[in-house]
Design a protein around this ligand. Structure first.
Ligand SMILES: *Cc1c(COP(=O)(O)O)cnc(C)c1O
Length: 400
């Protein structure tokens, strides 16, 4: 494969998998093919557009039903959801929080918002998420038990929690991850921003940790314009999540009393209205996205030097963004493929720049990140939206 051949083969394989092969293929645009306009009109006509209204309650109930979580609390975005999650599990200033380096910056910024410091951990090629075996070895060498919980022997800081992220919708090995948390006395937090509709051993992601965060940004599997949610199976933590994200106001007929420094992180009713209409379509979206992933497996089968990433064992993934992995011999051609596909109207993207290379996190503690670095060099995201899966008819609206 040369720098001329591989990009051409990739373009052909993407077009062959797309429902409308002549159309431009965005990375992941939203599809509004249901009750969106009806529910939005209802908000405007009734005046319930803001921080109260029936769609927020319905969206939270629908989310809890879909994910099987005891409680879902809708918030302004996924980053805010993660910030609230960290506060809810007791992360404090100057703590260290374990988190993968291979993730979107929205996983790590909330650690800094909480005044804590990220401690970067490696990912594994089998799931693209945290490698629990390598993590256990690292923690064995790094942590010591103190009166307030585990501490980093070198920095002296408390290490209360691990955040895992289900990369591009593929679940991490949650059984093994939970066992590591148990063994080292860490609280597990799931960044499930990318994994709505993804299951590990039959259970929806976001139910293994004490709390989890979802995102409904414009490019996610379903969108509320901007939005997020906190999931938990602990009812008292769920009540606290609602309280903390709604300015910690004490219920009263007319008085303004607050018992904590709360956040104004609530989701407005108009965004929840959009979300209710989107959740009605989620099963169909997932079917379309999984069918597209299967077509990619077929159309890329005979393209040498690349492989479409398939859901890990025991998982059912939403295939939020399809992943093309370059074999070592094709690794030098990554940028040529990115250039040629984007020039041809096929939106492809590399992995995120690893978090430990960003200037604000460059001095954070970390373990060996060899696997994450290798994945980063070899990974390309392919167009994965429902529009690519089904054809774009009736949905001309741009995503962001
Ligand atoms: C999208 C995303 C977030 C943040 O969600 P926003 O709603 O954009 O704030 C966090 N983590 C990951 C992994 C994401 O993909």
């Amino acid at each position: 494969m040369t720098a001329e051949q591989l990009p051409r083969r990739v373009i052909e394989a993407v077009r062959a998998a797309s429902a409308d092969s002549a159309a431009p293929q965005p990375l992941h645009d939203p599809v509004f093919a249901g009750n969106e306009i009806a529910y939005l009109s209802e908000c405007v006509e009734t005046g319930w557009v803001s921080s109260a209204g029936k769609f927020v309650e319905r969206f939270e109930r629908d989310l809890a039903d879909f994910t099987g979580s005891a409680r879902a609390v809708a918030v302004a975005n996924g980053t805010a959801a993660l910030h609230a999650c960290l506060r809810l599990v007791g992360v404090e200033p100057n703590d260290e929080v374990l988190v993968p380096s291979l993730t979107f910056v929205g996983t790590v910024n909330p650690i800094a918002y909480a005044g804590a410091i990220p401690h970067f951990v490696d990912s594994e090629p089998a799931t693209l998420g945290v490698d629990p075996d390598k993590l256990a070895e690292h923690l064995e060498a790094t942590l010591t038990r103190g009166p307030g919980g585990p501490r980093n022997r070198a920095s002296g800081r408390r290490v209360p929690a691990l955040v895992v992220m289900h990369t591009y919708g593929h679940p991490v090995r949650l059984d093994a991850v939970a066992a590591v948390c148990e063994r080292f006395d860490l609280v597990l937090v799931e960044d499930a921003a990318e994994s709505l509709g993804s299951y590990y051993r039959g259970t929806h992601t976001g139910n293994a940790g004490r709390v989890a965060a979802l995102s409904f940004n414009g490019n996610k599997t379903v969108t509320t314009g901007g939005g997020g949610a906190i999931l938990t199976n602990d009812p008292s933590l769920g009540a606290l999540a609602k309280h903390l994200t709604t300015t910690a106001k004490l219920p009263h007929r007319w008085a303004f009393d607050h018992d904590l420094v709360g956040y104004n992180y609530r989701m407005p009713n108009i965004n929840a209205a959009l979300g209710c209409a989107q959740l009605e379509q989620l099963p169909g979206f997932l079917e379309a996205k999984r069918a597209l992933a299967e077509r990619y497996m077929t159309t890329f089968r005979d393209v040498p030097g690349v492989r479409v990433f398939a859901e890990p064992p025991h998982c059912r993934s939403n295939y939020w963004l399809n992943v093309l992995l370059l074999e070592p011999e094709a690794e030098p051609l990554r940028d040529a493929v990115l250039d040629a596909t984007n020039a041809a109207g096929i939106t492809t993207r590399p992995a995120w720049t690893l978090m430990h290379r960003l200037p604000m996190f460059a001095s954070a503690p970390r373990m060996d990140l060899g696997a994450a670095e290798s994945i980063e060099r070899r990974l390309i995201n392919l167009p994965s939206g429902v529009g690519t899966a089904r054809g774009r008819g009736g949905n001309p609206s741009p995503g962001r």
